[in-house]
Design a protein around this ligand. Structure first.
Ligand SMILES: O=C1O[C@H](COP(=O)(O)O)[C@@H](O)[C@H](O)[C@H]1O
Length: 232
């Protein structure tokens, strides 16, 4: 299916962060009410920090929420490139300090071994994540689906049995660990959070009928409409 983007545009990053935090908190609240626990996978990079600040202040039964990452750089959490570090510093604070965190990174001998360990951990969260918030780079990558990833076909395989795999792409800077396409598109709530005119133009091109960026695959294979949270 080709999921239509559902644009939510905001005049500022602050307004976006508040609205996205309210929506994600609602989704987690529903998961908690229906199943007694809820799962959330968030992206790293520079965009989500304000959203994390807002979400961390929401009143929820956080001790029954598991937070994990959409993708991670193969660096320890002490690195300023670590997505885990960002989540610990900006999301697992305030009310959300009680949430459990499932890292993708581990001190394994290789990214592939770390991905195997993270895959086992993710399986314990059940087949369907409650909420996933993706980001996107100006090259059209989302998660760690980089256009030049050597294993892009495996990352974007709709039948991929693994939940987490390693990604090796020269443009990524370091090896990555990433959730795979079926885990992301199968989430009960899946949103894309982008900011700025440049990313808007990249996404519009990716969503054109001939769009062929990694992020295009998300919309092509999502099972329901994907809200795009955008601030100019
Ligand atoms: O490398 C990454 O980049 C994307 C986008 O990051 P941003 O800095 O442009 O917001 C992010 O979604 C992904 O999680 C991260 O690992």
């Amino acid at each position: 299916m080709n999921a239509s983007p559902d644009w939510h545009s905001f005049p500022s990053s602050e307004a976006l962060a508040e609205a996205l935090a309210a929506k994600v908190a609602d989704v987690l609240e529903s998961g908690l009410a229906e199943r007694g626990s809820a799962t959330l996978a968030v992206s790293g990079g520079s965009t989500p920090a304000r959203f994390f600040d807002e979400l961390s202040k929401r009143q929820l039964d956080w001790k029954n929420v598991v937070v994990t990452l959409v993708d991670e750089r193969f660096v320890p959490p002490t690195s300023d490139r670590s997505n885990e570090r960002l989540v610990r510093e900006r999301l697992l604070q305030n009310e959300a300090r009680l949430a459990r965190f499932l890292p993708l990174y581990s001190d394994a001998a290789s990214p592939d071994e770390a991905a195997g360990l993270a895959d086992t951990g993710l399986a314990l969260l059940g087949p369907t994540l409650d909420a996933v918030v993706l980001g996107m780079g100006t090259d059209g990558h989302t998660a760690s689906f980089f256009p030049d990833a050597a294993n892009l076909d495996a990352l974007l395989d709709t039948e991929q049995p693994r939940r987490v795999v390693a990604a090796h792409a020269p443009s990524a800077g370091e090896p990555r660990l990433t959730l795979t396409l079926p885990v992301l598109t199968g989430a009960r709530f899946l949103a894309l959070h982008i900011e700025g005119q440049e990313k808007k133009a990249v996404l519009e091109a990716a969503l054109a009928p001939d769009g062929d960026k990694p992020v295009s695959a998300i919309f092509r294979h999502a099972t329901r409409s994907v809200p795009v949270y955008w601030a100019g």
